[in-house]
Design a protein around this ligand. Structure first.
Ligand SMILES: [Zn+2]
Length: 304
């Protein structure tokens, strides 16, 4: 039973927005692409769970928890009365090897040993669990979801599940018969309530309004759109058309997300959208979807 779904991380959303409107530094770009890839892997694993795991298990995706002033993240947690699994999902691709405690790409570039993260998180989770009054056994695994990942020199007991082992792992999990009781449901609820909405680790790239290209990126391919008529926009790259009011709504959402401290006004949104000629179109969208504050040239809009 799915208890908590995965949300798109705010940091990823921010990087997606910025990537369309400014040139990211090489470091920022790598960080962004890794994050996209990681998120894609997590979603793939979510789908896998949805399709392959028997419905008895309680499933919680993407938990950000705190124990003893230490914040830790669990990609996916599955709960049964006897056993709780913590999964860390990696979407690595290519050949890697282990040498002692260290992990390397085949190019010999060292990467972070993901086991360290796991062995830091599991005890924190176990202690949190104890504080909540549960003594359920826990097991932590790294899921390498990408079939194009290969790891050399893996010691036998390493807590890893490769994509080629997932089906057998599902069989093992589905063989267990159990009944979820109120007690487990309560635990799942408590964990959802403890989930922190914002990660303290977000590393924001610097950006300012003036640095960003104005305009409306196409919802499908992210190229900037052009006005076809007063009411319709067109993307010249992919041919996609969109009603102007919908595109303005998307732009307002983006503007508010990127500049939470700036006022939403007809002028600020028109400048941000750049290609909407008619102030009336913008005014209509704003007054329909937001609450109007003030009068005349001092008018601005806030959430209803
Ligand atoms: Zn397009």
């Amino acid at each position: 039973m799915l208890v908590k779904t995965r949300c798109e991380p705010a940091e990823l959303k921010l990087l997606r927005y910025l990537n369309r409107r400014k040139i990211l530094s090489e470091k920022e770009m790598n960080y962004y692409l890794n994050m996209e890839k990681g998120f894609l892997g997590e979603k793939k694993f979510d789908e896998w769970i949805q399709t392959n795991l028997s419905k008895g298990w309680l499933v919680l995706h993407d938990l950000l928890l705190e124990y003893n002033h230490t914040v830790f993240q669990i990609d996916t947690l599955i709960i049964s009365p006897e056993l709780i699994y913590l999964f860390e999902v990696k979407n690595y691709e290519g050949d890697f090897y282990i040498d002692g405690e260290r992990w390397y790409a085949i190019s010999n570039a060292e990467i972070k040993n993901p086991i360290h993260q796991l062995s830091r998180n599991e005890p924190l989770f176990r202690r949190l669990l104890q504080d909540l009054g549960y003594k359920t056994l826990t097991e932590a695994k790294i899921i390498f979801i990408n079939p194009a990942f290969y790891l050399y020199q893996v010691p036998l007991k390493t807590p890893i599940i490769f994509s080629s082992q997932l089906n057998r792992f599902a069989n093992k999990l589905n063989m267990k018969t159990f009944e979820i009781k109120d007690r487990q449901l309560k635990l799942a609820e408590k964990l959802v309530a403890l989930h922190l909405k914002e990660s303290p680790y977000i590393r924001l790239p610097d950006y300012s309004y003036n640095q960003l290209v104005k305009g409306i990126p196409c919802a499908a391919c992210h190229s900037f759109m052009a006005a076809l008529t007063l009411e319709t926009l067109i993307c010249e790259s992919c041919g996609c058309k969109e009603a102007a009011y919908l595109a303005v709504m998307r732009s307002v959402e983006e503007y508010k997300f990127l500049f939470p401290n700036c006022k939403v006004t007809t002028n600020s949104i028109q400048e941000w959208c750049e290609i909407i000629q008619s102030k009336k179109t913008i005014q209509r969208v704003l007054s329909k979807n937001f609450k109007k504050i003030g009068y005349g040239k001092y008018t601005y809009y806030v959430e209803k």
